[in-house]
Design a binder for this molecule. Structure first.
Ligand SMILES: [Zn+2]
Ligand SMILES: [Zn+2]
Length: 250
């Protein structure tokens, strides 16, 4: 395995020790917060990163995240450079040209062209934070495979954990087919599938008790572990989106 992937074992271990529904979702959310802070701390941003931010901008979800950080000056400065870059692209031929009335709106040069929306698609779909996140998560996923292959203690602890969510199991399985060959690979994939099966039957019970607690006859009974079963079931099925933010410390 490539040596550049070997640096991130400590965060992977830390996430595993939290014993939540998905250790990759913890790492993803931590990375998301880290990147958001980094982009807003404009002065420490590397020139190459700044160029990519100007070029791509951010998706809606990540704008929301940046906006919630209450650094409106930092956010506005990022947007000012990005706005200028978008404006420059819209002005540049042959992608788009001003319409004949000169009303300031933009129209496409060739209406018959199959990819006439190409330029606008690019301008409205990129996100530099999504890109950074994907890169980091792939590196963490790779690190999990590396630890599985080289560290028996990790193998043991991972096998006894709640594993990962369904989308991240998919990511790990696909990656392992490429990077974890032979016995190591099939053992890893069997373990992932077993962990999913265990998690689903556990969550089914917890979620069922959660629903039964709404019956007044059960109101005095203990919640057991079911109080956040809805949030955890959602995490297991689709990755983290609701409930306690796994990227923030308690
Ligand atoms: Zn996940
Ligand atoms: Zn994004």
């Amino acid at each position: 395995m490539a040596p550049r992937y070997h640096i991130d074992t400590i965060p992977v271990w830390d996430a595993l020790h939290k014993q939540e529904e998905c250790l990759l979702c913890i790492l993803r959310r931590q990375t998301e917060h880290l990147l958001a802070d980094r982009y807003l701390g404009g002065s420490v941003m590397e020139p190459s990163t700044r160029i990519r931010v100007n070029e791509k901008g951010f998706c809606q979800a990540h704008h929301k995240m940046l906006f919630q950080r209450q650094n409106k000056l930092g956010h506005a400065l990022l947007m000012l450079s990005h706005l200028k870059e978008v404006r420059r692209k819209l002005d540049s031929k042959p992608l788009v040209q001003k319409n004949k009335q000169g009303s300031g709106f933009f129209s496409f040069k060739s209406k018959s062209s199959a990819n006439k929306n190409f330029a606008l698609d690019i301008l409205t779909s990129g996100c530099v934070l999504c890109d950074g996140l994907e890169e980091n998560i792939n590196r963490y996923a790779y690190t999990i495979l590396h630890l599985w292959k080289t560290d028996k203690a990790f193998q043991k602890e991972f096998s006894a954990s709640k594993g990962v969510c369904l989308p991240d199991a998919n990511l790990l399985i696909q990656m392992s087919e490429k990077h974890l060959t032979g016995q190591d690979g099939s053992h890893f994939r069997d373990t992932l599938v077993n962990l999913l099966a265990e998690s689903f039957s556990r969550l089914e019970e917890e979620l069922e008790w959660f629903t039964l607690k709404f019956d007044y006859r059960n109101s005095d009974k203990s919640w057991g572990t079911s109080k956040d079963a809805l949030e955890r079931s959602i995490t297991k099925l689709r990755g983290w989106s609701v409930g306690k933010d796994p990227g923030k410390e308690d």
